[in-house]
Design a protein around this ligand. Structure first.
Ligand code: MN
Length: 492
């Protein structure tokens, strides 16, 4: 399902105490708020007003329906009036979907002349939302709380951001990952407990033989390759005479895509150590597949492949760019310190500042018989994040760092791959010490569209550990946080 196919259900809490007229007003205003939020175009998905709930049964009924409705990616609650929260317990205990408490009120201001006890009885979100908040705290529910007026653009943007994170959760619960071969030999951080990951995040991670892919490649026709090469010519600048190498990448892409689509997989991994029967490591092929929304991870890194797909799903329709990344080299001059990210071949062209060039170059690593074709470009500038999911043994840890991508400060004319350069927060050294302290991988997902807040929401909804490295992070505070988190997660 695409982002636009998902909806969020608006559930308003109340009770019978106020009489039918007040309840009608509450329901009418809830519908009006939902309509205006939908009309605002700031939200990525539709909100559907479901019910002004007055009883335990109404709440448990709407929760049951939400749990089993595939289109419903989460519920948003609000209390215009006072909704005694014991009636929410049974429903909340059963809730399996992301939950946002919108602490708002219908009116913006207190109407000086008009205000009387009738007004107060109708407009009591200030204490209705507190009673509502208590029960979720008491039940230790993962939730997003957004406070402010529902017409405030900041409130709408935060709601939109949470909705995208919730869609990431829905996407994750259905995600299938295709592994071609195993992980790169001896590498630790790309390993992980696939059973735990499936139980927590929903991912179905399974292996297919490289030989299956080679058989699929052998069945690709010349006319299929012609069509895809025409697409390459349209999107990219053909900067190689080795058209045979480009056609070979097209053949790989077509075969991989057929296998992914047949199995319903939105992410895949492969490794340069296992290319038996293939002439080239898929470079351009993997890059163009990422541009279409598929997640990818090199060296058998199925976790980063899955996370790439999830962040792409969360940011669907945005144009900043999201892709698989690897920290390669530093520029440690006092005048300006930068990280240089790239990969052997596979950097997503959604990150490109200008039209990527198709080039072919020798690749010494791996079993390449021919020079693989790949897209070469400079990454675009702007605020971004890098994200890494690691398996700590017994739990998953999601690490997110704020970065600022820059136009690369040098040309690097002999570097035959796409490159992205960035400044790390809080600064290169502290950020690096924090990243290493937390155990973050060399592989990441880099995104200009997804935010650290959204990753925090995602981790909360998935009940996994979250570590954020931002402008205010210090090594000392992070060490303390990780020490306490380690104890807490062992008790959980
Ligand atoms: Mn790598």
């Amino acid at each position: 399902m695409s982002l636009k196919d998902y909806e969020f259900w608006f559930v308003v809490g109340s009770q019978f105490l106020y009489g039918p007229e007040v309840l009608e007003t509450v329901a009418g205003r809830a519908q009006e708020m939902v309509d205006k939020l939908n009309e605002s175009k700031t939200l990525p998905c539709k909100i559907v007003y479901k019910v002004t709930a007055k009883t335990n049964k109404e709440i448990t009924d709407v929760v049951k329906e939400a749990n089993y409705n595939d289109r419903c990616a989460g519920i948003i609650t609000w209390c215009h009036t006072f909704s005694p929260s014991k009636m929410w317990i049974n429903g909340f205990v059963d809730l399996r979907k992301p939950y946002c408490h919108l602490a708002t009120q219908y009116n913006v201001s207190i109407p000086n002349e008009e205000i009387d006890m009738d007004f107060m009885n109708l407009n009591q979100a200030a204490h209705g939302d507190r009673e509502h908040g208590f029960i979720a705290a008491r039940l230790r529910m993962p939730r997003k709380i957004i406070a402010g007026h529902w017409t405030d653009p900041k409130v709408r943007e935060r709601l939109a951001g949470w909705m995208r994170a919730a869609v990431g959760v829905a996407f994750s619960k259905n995600l299938k990952v295709m592994r071609f071969g195993d992980n790169m030999r001896e590498v630790a951080v790309t390993e992980g407990d696939k059973v735990e990951v499936q139980a927590k995040l929903g991912w179905q991670v399974n292996t297919w033989a490289v030989g299956d892919l080679v058989r699929e490649m052998n069945a690709v026709t010349e006319s299929e390759i012609d069509a895809l090469v025409a697409e390459y010519n349209d999107k990219y600048e053909m900067a190689t005479d080795d058209i045979a190498a480009v056609r070979y990448q097209a053949k790989e892409e077509i075969a991989i895509k057929k296998m992914l689509d047949r199995e319903g997989c939105m992410a895949f991994s492969n490794t340069f150590q296992d290319l038996y029967g293939m002439e080239q490591l898929p470079g351009l092929a993997s890059q163009h597949l990422m541009a279409q929304g598929y997640g990818y991870g090199g060296e058998g890194d199925w976790k980063v492949a899955a996370m790439t797909a999830i962040l792409k799903a969360m940011s669907e329709g945005m144009d900043g760019g999201t892709g698989f990344m690897e920290d390669y080299t530093y520029h440690l001059e006092e005048s300006g310190k930068y990280s240089l990210g790239a990969h052997m071949l596979e950097v997503c062209p959604s990150l490109a500042a200008a039209k990527p060039r198709i080039e072919t170059h020798f690749l010494g690593i791996g079993m390449n018989e021919k020079d693989p074709a790949r897209l070469v470009f400079e990454g675009k500038a702007g605020k971004a994040i890098v994200v890494s999911l690691i398996d700590m043994g017994g739990r998953l840890r999601l690490i997110c760092q704020d970065i600022e991508c820059v136009k690369p400060i040098m040309e690097m004319p002999n570097l035959p791959v796409a490159r992205v350069m960035w400044k790390a927060y809080p600064d290169l050294e502290t950020g690096l010490e924090c990243w290493i302290t937390a155990g973050g991988a060399h592989h990441t997902v880099l995104s200009h569209d997804v935010t650290a807040d959204q990753m925090r929401d995602f981790a909360k909804m998935m009940d996994i550990e979250y570590v954020h490295i931002g402008k205010d992070t210090t090594v000392e505070a992070l060490e303390q946080q990780l020490f306490l988190a380690d104890l807490a997660w062992k008790l959980k």
